[in-house]
Design a protein around this ligand. Structure first.
Ligand code: FMN
Length: 358
C-alpha cells in the first residue's frame, strides 16, 4: 500500500515476533507470547485456520477492489480492529498513544483495554474519534459505573465487555516471572484507591475483577450506558443465542488468544455455528490466530463482520511504535487485497460461505 510504513526485514505477520524480540525484556515478551497451561488452544487458533480451504471464484472483474466496511456504525478501512491488550507502555514508551495513532493512520478502530497504561481521554484524542473500550467489570460496581460514565464522556464509541475471564487463566510463563506493574504505570483507568502499588498483574486482576458477573448483570450494564455493548469471549452457540436474545449489540467469538481456559476450541472453529445461530441479529467479530489476509477471508466467509488482532499489534508496537502498528495493519491489508482479487471477491459484501471448500 503506498505510504504505508514497513518494518525492516519483516515480510508478514508471522515474522513480527522475531523483529520485536530485541526490543522487549524477556518477561514482557513471554507475557505477550504465552498462552494458558500447555498452550494447546494457542496452537489450535493457528492450526484451525490452516485446515480451512478456499474455493475461489474465477472470471470475476476484480480490477477495482475495496476492503472498506463498517461495524456498529464505525467505518473501517478494512474488516479488522485492534484487539484490547493490556499494558502498552511496557511494550513501547509511547504506549497506547502510539497504538491508537497507528490504528488511526490506517483507518481502523482500537479497542482500549481497561488495563491500559494511558488515560482513556488521551487515547480518544490520539485515536481521532475511533476508540472502543474493553471493560473488565470490577467487584466494586460503583467504580465500574464511574468508569463506564467516564469512557462514554471521553467519546468512546462502544463498550466491549470481556466475559471469559472471571479469573485469570493459568499463565505458567508468567508464574515463573510475575508481570510486575511498575507504579509509574499505575493503571489510570482504575480508581486510585483500587490500585495495588507494586503489585503484579495476577494479584491486581484477582482483587479488581468480579468473578460473580453473570447474565443477570446485563440489565445493569445496559442501564449504565447508551453505548453499544459487545460481549467478548463467547465460544458456545447457546451463549451466543442468549446474548442476541437479550439484545446485546455484538459478540466477539474469542478464547482470549488461548490465554484463559486451555483446551477450548479454536475461535475460528466456534465461529460458523455461532454465525448460523445469531443470523445477523447482532454484530459478529472474532479473534485468535488471525495472521494472514486469507485468515480474514476465511473468518468473513464463516460469518464474521470483522476480526481483531492481538499479538501482532503488540509486536509491531515494540518494533516501531505507531509506525510499527501502522505497518502491521498495512501488511495485512496488502495480503487481504490480493486474497480478494484471487478469490473473486472485489468487496467485503461479496465474501460468503461459498468461497470455502466443503
Ligand atoms: C498481552 C496480551 C494482553 C491482553 N490483554 C487483554 C485485556 O486486557 N482484555 C481483554 O479482553 N483481552 C486481552 N487480551 C486478549 C486479546 O484481546 C485477544 O482476544 C487475543 O490476543 C487475540 O488473539 P491473537 O493474539 O492470536 O490475535 C490480551 C492478549 C494479549 C496477547
Amino acid at each position: 500500500m503506498p505510504g504505508t510504513p514497513t518494518i525492516d526485514g519483516v515480510l508478514n505477520l508471522l515474522g513480527l515476533e522475531a523483529a520485536a524480540r530485541p526490543h522487549l525484556e524477556s518477561v514482557v515478551h513471554d507475557y505477550i507470547a504465552g498462552g494458558a497451561a500447555d498452550e494447546l488452544t494457542l496452537a489450535a487458533n493457528r492450526n484451525a485456520f490452516d485446515r480451512l480451504r478456499l474455493a475461489p471464484h474465477v472470471l470475476v472483474d476484480v480490477a477495482q477492489r475495496s476492503a472498506r466496511t463498517a461495524v456498529l456504525g464505525q467505518p473501517l478501512a478494512a474488516p479488522w480492529l485492534v484487539a484490547p491488550t493490556a499494558l502498552h507502555r511496557m511494550v513501547h514508551r509511547d504506549g497506547e498513544l502510539a497504538t491508537a495513532r497507528g490504528a488511526a493512520a490506517f483507518g481502523t478502530t482500537m479497542v482500549l483495554s481497561t488495563l491500559s497504561t494511558t488515560p482513556v481521554e488521551d487515547v480518544v484524542r490520539a485515536a481521532e474519534g475511533a476508540l472502543w473500550f474493553q471493560l473488565y467489570v470490577y467487584r466494586d460496581r460503583g467504580a465500574s459505573e464511574e468508569l463506564i460514565r467516564r469512557v462514554e464522556a471521553a467519546g468512546v464509541k462502544a463498550l466491549v465487555v470481556t466475559v471469559d475471564a472471571p479469573l485469570l487463566g493459568l499463565r505458567e510463563r508468567d508464574g515463573a516471572h510475575p508481570v510486575a506493574l511498575p507504579s509509574a504505570f499505575a493503571a489510570p483507568n482504575v480508581r486510585a484507591d483500587q490500585v495495588i502499588e507494586g503489585g503484579d498483574l495476577a494479584t491486581t486482576f484477582l482483587r479488581l475483577v468480579d468473578p460473580a458477573l453473570s447474565w443477570r448483570d446485563l440489565a445493569w450494564l445496559r442501564g449504565c450506558t447508551r453505548l453499544p455493548i459487545l460481549l467478548k469471549g463467547i465460544l458456545r452457540v447457546d451463549d451466543a443465542t442468549r446474548a442476541a436474545d437479550e439484545g446485546i449489540d455484538g459478540i466477539v467469538v474469542s478464547n482470549h488468544g488461548g490465554r484463559q481456559l486451555d483446551g477450548v476450541c479454536a475461535s475460528i472453529d466456534a465461529l460458523g455455528p455461532i454465525a448460523r445461530a445469531v443470523e445477523g441479529r447482532c454484530a459478529l467479530l472474532m479473534d485468535g490466530g488471525v495472521r494472514r489476509g486469507t485468515d480474514v477471508m476465511k473468518a468473513l466467509a464463516l460469518g464474521a463482520d470483522a476480526v481483531m488482532l492481538g499479538r501482532p499489534i503488540l509486536w509491531g508496537l515494540a518494533a516501531g511504535g505507531a509506525k510499527g502498528v501502522h505497518a502491521v495493519l498495512g501488511m495485512l491489508a496488502a495480503e487481504f487485497d490480493l486474497a480478494q482479487a484471487l478469490c473473486g471477491c472485489p468487496d467485503v459484501g461479496s465474501i460468503s460461505r461459498d468461497i470455502l471448500a466443503d
